[in-house]
Design a protein around this ligand. Structure first.
Ligand SMILES: *Cc1c(COP(=O)(O)O)cnc(C)c1O
Length: 370
C-alpha cells in the first residue's frame, strides 16, 4: 500500500527528540503559550525572513487575526480565489467583510494577477493570495497593484512553508503571512497550530492581544479578543520539526522531480514549477478528465490519492450567498474537475514513485486506446 501521506514514518524518524520535547513541557507545565511557543515564534519568523511571529491555535485563526489587525471589517471587501481550501474564504467572513473572488491562472493554480484590478472597488481593503499546493502566487504584480490602490496584502501560506518567490521565502513578502501547522501540512504540529509572520510591530501587538482575549496585560481587555493561543506542546514539537523542514522539503522536491521524470512521456499534465519559484510540493497534482476512474483503479492497486479541491468555494452550498454561479471562474472550475493529487510526503521512495507512475502510465494509455 502506498499511503497519500505517512505521518508515522516521520514520527519514527524523530521519536526520541519529540518525546523529550513534550516531556519538557509536561515538566515545566507551560501548557499554553510559554517559553517553547515564544522560542518557536522567533525561530519560525526568522526562517521566513520576517521580524515577528505570533503563534495561534490554527491557520484559520492566523488568517482571521491578520485580517482584523489590518482593520478589515463589515462593509469591506477582500479579494481572493475560489480554488482554495474553504478556510481562506471563511476567515474573511469571520471579520464581517465580503469575499470578492477572482479566477486562478490555470498553470500555477494561484490567483490570476491580470484579473485582480477589475475586482477592486472603493470598498476593497486587502488582497489575500493563496500559495496553493506550495507554489507561490506571482507576488510582484500583486504587491504593485496593492501599493497603487493602498491595499494590504495577506499571504495564505498555509501550504507553503519554505516556498520561495524570486529567492525570498513566502510569508514575509506581503504585509502579513499566515501559516497552518495542521498535522498534514509541510510543517505539522501534533495537534493544531498556526502563525502570522510580519515585519510590522503594530500588527504584531494587535494580534498578540487578539489571540489572548484582547488583553494588554492580564484582565486589562482593550480589544474584544479571542482564545486563539498556541499550546506549549505544539510549540515544543514544532521547534524540533523546524530543524528538519529543509531536509523534508528537499525530499518532497526530489519525489516531485521523480514524478515529473517518470510521467514525462505519459502525456499526463504534471505541475508547472515557475521560474520565479521554489515549489515545496505540499500537493503534487496531475490533471485528468477521467479522474474518478483513475482514482478507483489506483485504489485497486493500493495507491491512495486525493483531490484538492473537488468543488471551488463559489459553488459550495455554504457560500451560495456570495451570488456566484457555475461558469463564473472557468479555470477554477476545470481545475476542480480534473486535479488528482498523488502520494506526497518526504519519506516517499523512488520505488514508490515508480509504482505510482507505472499505474498512471497504463491509465493514460487506455484513454488513448478508448
Ligand atoms: C490548511 C489551510 C488553511 C487552514 O489552516 P488550519 O490550520 O487547518 O486552520 C487555510 N488555507 C489553506 C490554503 C490551507 O491549506
Amino acid at each position: 500500500m502506498i499511503p497519500f501521506v505517512d505521518l508515522k514514518a516521520q514520527y519514527a524518524s524523530i521519536k526520541d527528540e519529540v518525546n523529550a520535547a513534550i516531556q519538557h513541557v509536561l515538566d515545566t507545565c507551560q501548557f499554553t503559550l510559554g517559553s517553547e511557543v515564544a522560542a518557536f515564534e522567533q525561530e519560525f519568523a526568522s526562517y521566513c525572513n520576517a521580524q515577528f511571529g505570533i503563534g495561534v491555535n490554527t491557520g484559520t485563526s492566523a488568517l482571521h487575526m491578520a485580517l482584523l489587525a489590518a482593520g478589515v471589517g463589515p462593509g469591506d471587501e477582500v479579494i481572493t480565489v475560489p480554488f482554495t481550501f474553504v478556510a481562506t474564504v471563511a476567515s474573511i467572513y469571520y471579520t464581517g467583510a465580503t469575499p470578492v473572488l477572482v479566477d486562478i491562472d490555470p498553470k500555477t493554480f494561484t490567483i490570476d494577477v491580470n484579473a485582480i484590478e477589475a475586482a477592486i472597488t472603493e470598498r476593497t481593503k486587502a488582497i489575500l493570495p493563496v500559495h496553493l499546493y506550495g507554489q507561490p502566487a506571482d507576488m510582484d504584480p500583486i504587491l504593485e497593484i496593492a501599493k497603487r490602490h493602498n491595499l494590504v496584502v495577506i499571504e495564505d501560506a498555509a501550504q507553503a512553508h519554505g516556498a520561495e518567490y524570486k529567492g525570498k521565502r513566502v510569508g514575509g513578502l506581503g504585509d502579513m503571512g499566515c501559516f497552518s501547522f495542521y498535522p498534514g501540512k509541510n510543517l505539522g504540529a501534533y495537534g493544531e497550530g498556526g502563525m502570522v509572520v510580519t515585519n510590522n510591530s503594530e500588527y504584531t501587538r494587535t494580534i498578540r492581544m487578539l489571540r489572548d482575549w484582547g488583553a494588554e496585560k492580564k484582565y486589562h481587555h482593550v480589544l474584544k479578543g479571542y482564545n486563539f493561543r498556541l499550546e506549549g506542546i505544539q510549540g515544543a514539537v514544532l521547534r524540533v520539526k523546524l530543524k528538519y523542514l529543509e531536509k523534508w522539503t528537499e525530499a518532497r522536491r526530489t519525489a516531485a522531480a521523480s514524478y515529473n521524470e517518470l510521467l514525462a512521456d505519459s502525456g499526463v499534465p504534471t505541475p508547472a514549477e515557475m521560474d520565479y519559484s521554489r515549489h515545496v510540493y505540499h500537493v503534487y497534482a496531475i490533471r485528468t478528465k477521467n479522474r474518478s476512474k483513475w482514482q478507483d483503479e489506483l485504489n485497486a492497486k493500493g495507491i491512495q490519492s486525493g483531490i484538492h479541491y473537488p468543488i471551488p468555494v463559489h459553488l459550495l452550498p455554504a457560500y451560495s450567498d456570495l451570488g456566484y454561479k457555475a461558469g463564473d471562474f472557468p479555470n477554477a472550475e476545470s481545475a476542480a474537475n480534473e486535479v488528482l493529487s498523488l502520494p506526497m510526503f518526504p519519506e516517499l521512495t523512488r520505488a514508490q514513485c515508480e509504482e505510482v507512475c507505472e499505474a498512471i502510465a497504463i491509465l493514460a494509455k487506455n484513454v488513448v486506446i478508448n
